[in-house]
Design a protein around this ligand. Structure first.
Ligand code: NAD
Length: 297
């Protein structure tokens, strides 16, 4: 049994903490939101009064917070968890945050005598609930091996991506691909319809030809072709457009900082920004086909 401090028990953190408890670990949980704390207590976590208090007696502290500034403010500084934790504590941040903050926080952890991994996830709330998340993990190999049994309690695919920050780098590159793919596939299905092509026939061709990609075969934005895809249930559930926009913005921020040319990523960020500003932030990101093709679905 590992003693785990867990900070941030929202849509993702709540079920992740529940899976750690199911696997036999003890969790000391903190969230600013009282309802999230009640849900964590209901699945067997010990609710504590502050982020710092999660570290008391903990071997590992996990964070699952909205953005880089939340991670920085909770962990670093004179009142942060790094100062309160016993030296050698393993920190695992699974939030999706910018690469710079991930690296800076990793350095601050090392200065305080701790080890830290950036371990963002893919798989959404259903993956968090079913313990089938994919973890992309940046940090030292030794820390990765120490974290592996815990990550296996919450996920199915665990990849060590390289040094500190590389987990976040992999996450934003992957999601930039997914966003760009979704736009390309949406445009093609919209054009197909205008040309009088049966979407089912286009799907049959594209899913076995050079157009084949995840946005076609697993997540097709044209309804009725992939039974479990959000497009087949009114674009509800799945991966919210607001979260895709967040990740695309992180990719653009990283591209600017590292002089990478990502013109397609920039277009994708612009289009998702427009889509979200039209009130669609909660809609699954495949719903963007509706903006491209005039609400015909
Ligand atoms: P969420 O908003 O549901 O949960 C975040 C929680 O953090 C909230 O309960 C909030 O009260 C808490 N919080 C904020 N500041 C805090 C603080 N200072 N101290 C303690 N608690 C604090 O968000 P989520 O959907 O669980 O996402 C968490 C992270 O995971 C984000 O970075 C998101 O981009 C990433 N992510 C989300 C999904 C998804 O499908 N929801 C998928 C992959 C990755």
């Amino acid at each position: 049994m590992t003693m785990i401090g867990f900070i941030g028990l929202g849509n993702m953190g709540g079920p992740m903490a529940a899976n750690l408890i199911k696997a036999g670990h003890a969790v000391r949980a903190f969230d600013l939101d009282a309802e999230a704390m009640r849900r964590a207590e209901a699945v067997g976590a010990v609710a504590v009064g502050s982020a710092v208090a999660t570290a008391e007696g903990a071997d590992v502290v996990m964070t699952m917070l909205p953005m880089g500034r939340h991670v920085r403010s909770v962990l670093t500084g004179p009142d942060g968890v790094f100062m309160a934790a016993a030296p050698g504590t393993l920190f695992i941040d699974s939030s999706t945050i910018d690469v710079d903050t991930a690296r800076a926080v990793g350095e601050a952890a090392a200065k305080a005598g701790h080890v830290m991994l950036d371990a963002p996830v893919s798989g959404g709330v259903p993956g968090a609930e079913a313990a089938t998340l994919a973890f992309m993990v940046g940090g030292e190999a030794e820390a990765f091996e120490r974290a592996r049994p815990l990550l296996e309690a919450m996920g199915r695919t665990i990849v060590h991506t390289g040094p500190s920050g590389s987990g976040q780098a992999a996450k934003i590159c992957n999601n930039m691909m997914a966003g760009i793919q979704m736009l390309g596939v949406s445009e093609a299905f919209a054009l197909g319809r205008r040309l009088g092509l049966d979407p089912a026939r286009l799907f049959e061709v594209a899913s076995q030809s050079s157009g084949q990609c995840w946005a076609v075969t697993s997540y097709c934005p044209e309804p009725g072709l992939v039974p479990n895809a959000p497009s087949s249930r009114g674009y509800q559930g799945g991966f919210a457009s607001a979260l895709m926009l967040k990740d695309l913005k992180l990719s653009q921020q990283a591209a600017a900082a590292f002089d990478a040319a990502t013109p397609m990523g920039a277009i994708a960020a612009g289009l998702y920004s427009l889509f979200c500003n039209q009130g669609n932030g909660d809609m699954d990101f495949s719903g963007i086909i509706r903006m491209i093709d005039g609400q015909t679905r």
